[in-house]
Write a protein that binds this ligand. Structure first.
Ligand code: GLA
Length: 329
């Protein structure tokens, strides 16, 4: 009995995958999960590298795998300041374009991508990571300034337009705002303020809590985020769950073999996280891990290159102690 089956009365359980992972780990995906997200294949730079040029082959492979195996498909992501071609924001002379040009390019992109997968992708992370991490940014003005979307538009209008364009393209899709550090009290409040504003002017159905945690994370903060965002009437998805065995700023440490004490802390934290998720099943409809097994996690390359062990399956695809904890309740 896989995770998705064990959690069938609670929420969907998914993994971020790519065509390579599907080839090597397809059986594990099918036996454990009922939802998938493209790790990189639907991002702007992947599907739309140049103006007028779309490349959907890799994304299609994942979508076709999902359809063939009756897995739900999450869409990730339409508007993000990373992994997006510079051309979107620039004119022929290399300087920033005016905002009307950006809006019409955004609309064209969102319409093309969302319509292509309408009926196949049931929800979209429409906007990813638009909120600033800086503590001193005022609550009235929560946006990150290092985003070219912000440089060109100078306001939160670009989010409102993004949600409206996505809705026009597929009125049946569930539309999400997705971000990290959503359990940081300061950032949580800024995101809450932003979502409250844009919900009045655009269809926003949910929030994606990325949930990139480490073993020192205080799980009580997750409960607070669930409370704050569901009070806005938003559905909650956990979109990118992993638990690093290193503290975020702990550089220069690289365990070739995972230490027992850290793996025990990880199992303990996963247990706590899933107890909270189960308790809030009326507010949470999907939980996705960012990767299939420890060997293919992005955390082996971020924030530095080193071996990490953040997921429920080890490098051979075997369930870890954390898996045992989250499946026995
Ligand atoms: C962010 C993005 C994801 C992915 C992860 C790390 O959280 O939303 O698409 O890039 O970082 O891989």
């Amino acid at each position: 009995m896989g995770l998705a089956n064990i959690y069938k009365d609670y929420f969907d359980v998914g993994a971020a995958v790519n065509p390579r992972v599907i080839e090597s780990g397809g059986e594990l995906i099918k036996s454990e999960f009922n939802s998938v997200t493209c790790e990189n294949e639907m991002k702007f730079a992947s599907v739309h590298p140049k103006e007028g040029e779309y490349t959907f082959e890799q994304a299609d492979k994942v979508v076709n795998f999902a359809l063939a195996n009756n897995l739900k498909m999450r869409g990730h992501t339409l508007v993000w300041h990373n992994q997006t071609g510079d051309w979107l924001f620039k004119g022929d002379d290399g300087s920033y374009t005016d905002k009307e040009t950006l809006y019409s390019r955004m609309r064209e992109h969102i319409t093309t991508v969302v319509k292509r997968y309408a009926g196949k992708v049931y929800c979209w992370d429409v906007v990813n990571e638009a909120v600033s991490d800086k503590d001193e940014v005022s609550f009235d003005f929560p946006l990150r300034e290092d985003s070219p979307y912000f440089t060109v538009t100078g306001s939160m209008d670009y989010l409102i337009k993004a949600f409206n364009y996505a809705y026009e393209a597929d009125p049946n899709a569930r539309l999400f705002y997705n971000d990290y550090n959503t359990e940081n009290p300061n950032k949580r409040e800024k995101i809450r303020f932003l979502l409250k504003c844009i919900k009045e002017r655009a269809p926003v159905h949910g929030i994606g809590l990325q949930a990139h945690y480490d073993i020192y994370f205080d799980a009580e903060e997750l409960q607070k985020s669930i409370d704050v965002f569901s009070a806005l009437g938003l559905d909650i998805h956990i979109t990118e769950l992993d638990v690093s065995i290193y503290k975020h700023d702990e550089r220069g440490v690289d365990f070739a073999v995972p230490p027992d004490d850290r793996m025990a802390m990880q199992a303990e934290l996963y247990d706590k996280i899933f107890a909270i998720l189960r308790k809030n099943r009326d507010k949470i409809s999907s939980v996705t891990f960012w990767g299939l097994n420890d060997g293919v996690s992005w955390l082996n390359g971020f924030p530095v290159k080193r071996k990490n062990y953040p997921l429920l399956f080890d490098r051979d695809g075997n369930p870890k102690a954390a898996y045992e904890r989250v499946t026995k309740f």
